[in-house]
Write a new protein. Structure first.
Length: 126
């Protein structure tokens, strides 16, 4: 069970966490901070927020694991990306807290994140 279930999920979760951290802390943080500031808000950057992104990464990895059992790598990637990112962006846009300028960078980077997470799961379960 460890090698076929837990290991793939944990490896994918680690990749997703690293990808999210690099993208949002190094590449796109200024977009987020400036956008929140323009709304009179402070961007939520406390440790608890980072912890919740860790939980999100684990849940995303579990979802990818489940989807990967029934679909190809490309199908898994696209389904995971749609559910994990596109739906999140729709919600953030609806709440008026999505800085649309990030999408130029976030779309290709999130596709890469979803693809590599799906690849990790596929590779470690076969």
């Amino acid at each position: 069970m460890f090698r076929k279930v837990i290991l793939p999920v944990l490896l994918a979760a680690v990749w997703i966490s690293i990808s999210e951290f690099v993208r949002n802390e190094f590449l796109l943080k200024d977009f987020w901070v400036d956008h929140y500031y323009s709304m009179g808000l402070t961007f939520p950057g406390e440790p608890i927020n980072g912890g919740m992104w860790g939980v999100w990464s684990l849940l995303f990895a579990i979802g990818i694991f489940v989807v990967a059992k029934k679909f190809s790598l490309l199908q898994t990637t696209m389904l995971a990306w749609l559910v994990g990112f596109v739906m999140m962006w729709v919600v953030l846009w609806n709440l008026l807290v999505l800085p649309l300028g990030i999408l130029l960078f976030a779309i290709p980077l999130s596709l890469l994140e979803a693809f590599l997470a799906a690849w990790i799961v596929k590779r470690t379960t076969s």
